[in-house]
Design a protein around this ligand. Structure first.
Ligand code: ARG
Length: 393
């Protein structure tokens, strides 16, 4: 019997390797680490450990595919309750990659290290079940403590990662870094500065603001400050620039799919910069009615991603609408980064629905007298209503 395990290299998933043999009776464990832009050291470490402790290991590079999903997210201004959806969007992609290996390996089951309290179990399993695999979740089924895991790891000759007493649960990819657990579980406890790795403290960020110009083509970012860059590099570069200025921190209460509220901290400089710029450009080129309706579409879109329900037909329908609106989202936005803030300061598009000669204080392109008749009708029903109730007083 063979099982394919979604593998991060951490203590939980490493302990799963002997557990799958001893408690679940598998003869062979194949580990799979999917690269979606985690720090390269983390990928290397996972590969090293997978090769050492499992019977076979795969490292799969899905960075380019993840970037394509992120382009979708940017078009949809992806935002769930203020969260930029990095982990959420990545899970179904990781799951698809695991399934590919499981098929190739003719595996009898797929295992993952998610607990029974979070969203990730749902996002993963929706894909695993789609392909008819038996699913095993040792962390959810066995209720293990960290102490027990460390002891068990030692008994099985597994090196316990010597990270200096890691009190938090971290999940990181190209788009965002999430920090939860430990003392942060108390919402009244302020996050200490040392939980952050991507962003400088806004208070200690440079005293000089930095300007950055983002170019979009049909809703997709293609260049920074005039330099065309492939998506992966563009996002990495903005994480770096934004991080330096303390841009993109979120400390929030989040509603998980199961109904539990959770206290979450995130870092996501590129996400904040790109979505801020993209929204600004949309305001220049989309009509008022498009903008109003798209907000509602975006909310549904984000919820489907958060819930791991991107296989729902509604997701395709929403994307079709979004793509239609993005045909004109071409142009640039200049932003000012300063001590944690991102502010659009200039924008341009050949598709702008804005006309300076119409709105300007300094031109007579439109005869203002035309507004007089409009104004006679504007608010008519309200005026009638006020008249009526005044009479009844
Ligand atoms: N709350 C976020 C989500 O559900 C991030 C979860 C991160 N996972 C983790 N194991 N730290 O998408």
């Amino acid at each position: 019997m063979k099982v394919v395990l979604s593998y991060s290299g951490g203590l939980d998933t490493t302990v799963c390797i002997p557990l799958l043999k001893e408690k679940y009776g598998f003869d062979e464990v194949v580990t799979v680490t999917v690269d979606i832009g985690q720090p390269p050291e983390e990928i290397k470490e996972a590969e090293k450990r997978g090769k050492k402790y499992a019977d076979k290991h795969y490292t799969i590079d899905a960075k380019e595919e993840f970037v394509r999903l992120l382009f979708r997210l940017i078009k949809a201004n992806g935002d769930y309750e203020g969260y930029v959806l990095g982990t959420s969007l990545a899970r179904p992609l990781i799951a698809e990659k695991i399934v590919e290996v499981a098929k190739k390996e003719n595996a009898d089951a797929i295992a993952h290290g998610c607990t029974g309290k979070g969203n990730d179990q749902l996002r993963f399993e929706n894909v695993f079940y789609q392909y008819g695999f038996r699913v095993i979740a040792p962390m959810r089924e066995l209720n293990l403590t960290r102490e027990w895991e460390i002891e068990y790891a030692k008994q099985h000759g597994i090196e316990v990662p010597v990270t200096k007493e890691k009190p938090y649960s971290i999940d990181e990819n190209l788009w965002s870094r999430s920090i939860e657990g430990g003392k942060l579980e108390d919402p009244s406890f302020e996050p200490p500065e040392d939980i952050f790795e991507w962003t400088a403290s806004p208070a200690k960020a440079p005293d000089e603001p930095e300007k950055v110009e983002i170019y979009f083509e049909q809703g997709v970012p293609v260049a920074i400050n005039g330099e065309r860059l492939p998506g992966l590099e563009l996002i990495r570069k903005l994480n770096e620039i934004g991080g330096r200025h303390g841009v993109g921190r979120t400390d929030m209460m989040e509603d998980r799919v199961l109904g539990l509220k959770a206290r979450e901290n995130y870092e996501h400089p590129a996400a904040t910069i790109l979505i801020t710029a993209h929204r600004d450009l949309e305001k220049l080129v989309l009509s008022r009615r498009e903008l109003k309706f798209k907000k509602f579409v975006e909310e549904e879109w984000a919820e489907l991603v958060y819930y791991g329900l991107t296989n729902d037909p509604l997701f395709d329908a929403l994307n079709a609408f979004i793509d239609e609106t993005q045909k004109r989202v071409t142009g640039w936005v200049r932003l000012k980064l300063f001590k944690g803030s991102v502010t659009p300061v200039a924008r341009y598009s050949e598709f702008a629905l804005y006309r300076e000669e119409l709105v300007s204080f300094d031109t007579t392109a439109i005869d203002q007298k035309y507004a007089e008749g409009f104004s006679r009708f504007h608010g008519l029903q309200g005026r009638i209503y006020r008249e009526i109730i005044k009479k009844k007083e």
